[in-house]
Ligand binder design. Sequence first.
Ligand SMILES: Cc1ncc(COP(=O)(O)O)c(C=O)c1O
Length: 414
Amino acid sequence: MTLKYVNESLTFDNIDIQELDQTIQTPYYLYSKNTIDKNVDEYISELKNINSLICYSVKANSNLSILSLFAKKNLGFDIVSGGELHRVIRAGGDSSKVVFSGVGKTDEEIEFALKNNIYCFNVESQGELSRIDAIASLLGVKANISLRVNPEIDANTHPYITTGLSENKFGISQNDVLSVFKMISNFKSLNICGIDYHIGSQIVDLDPFIDSANKVLLLINELEKEQIDLLHVDLGGGLGIGYNNELPISRGEYVRSVSEVFKDKNLKLIFEPGRSLIGDAGILVTKVIEKKNNNGKKFIIVDAGMNDLIRPPLYKAFHKISSVKEHNTSKDLFDIVGPVCETADFFGKDRRISANIGDLIVIEDAGAYGFVLSSNYNSRPRAPEYLISDKDVACIRGREEYKDIIGDEEEYLK
Ligand SMILES: Cc1ncc(COP(=O)(O)O)c(C=O)c1O
């Protein structure tokens, strides 16, 4: 994270956040291109001698300007909807480097993806295979298929972001995957090209990554015995970041360790990182509206709400919170809360933060699963997004206005 105090004022990527207050109204997201570049380059340099493709997971942050940064670095994209494919195309991404994940792709989305020549569908069920085959056949094209296997590995992360357990909805069970692979040859419009897995998100230990890779390696060996040859293995995403001083494994160590598992296979390695590319590259800047003391319980009320950043209530996620003016640590503990009418509307509890009404506060590491999960709940316009590129701070999505939250509702008003 490139946050540091200079002359008692917090800077992000060398930009004084207090100075931005003269021109940018809070709350807003602020991203750092330098941090994004550094994160991508760590993956790229580790993979430079390996047949590989990095497919940025669009769901983590789908702003067109962010996608365009990844496209310019020649990354591919991991998408989960037609809307995400639309964004990739509009951002100048190469659809022939797109993998389409997700447990519920509609016929329309499949058709849209085929018409745009995506690289591959990560298929999650037998039914989906038949539907892709039928649509490809109508279009007179062949669809590349990877099967998502569920490696039944506990990723030791929050239950809502673990995906590789048998009780999760994702993937095809290890017991069935061989027979489903064999079925593919019966479909005239499908090409087998790979196997994929993804065990969860915000994983900070190496073991679940290595264990799942080894399980998938065994499956690949089984497939080889059946003369089912693959072009790639897609290892998904999931690498965590240090939200709260925890020490996640580095991008380099992660890539080295999992690549090692497949080193004897002549397979392209596909990675689908999201959070580890963009998570620490963004902050949410907000302003103190009010301070309150309810029978000894102290609150700092800010102008961002859970509609802007829902990770704390949704996943009990921890975000560091800092005051933009450097103060001595507060003696008192505060809950940092938003204006939304829900008790769940909080960013942090029992924090020692010194901030007065009108002061700016920063919620750190908000680049991934931040703006993309925001909503208009309580009829609050969504926050704008800004990008720092060297010394320049540019708007990459404007603040919504009241007219945006009403949309076309007035046309239907009787
Ligand atoms: C299939 C798949 N790939 C990649 C990702 C990105 O994960 P992360 O942001 O943890 O790297 C996800 C996130 O849930 C996913 O479901």
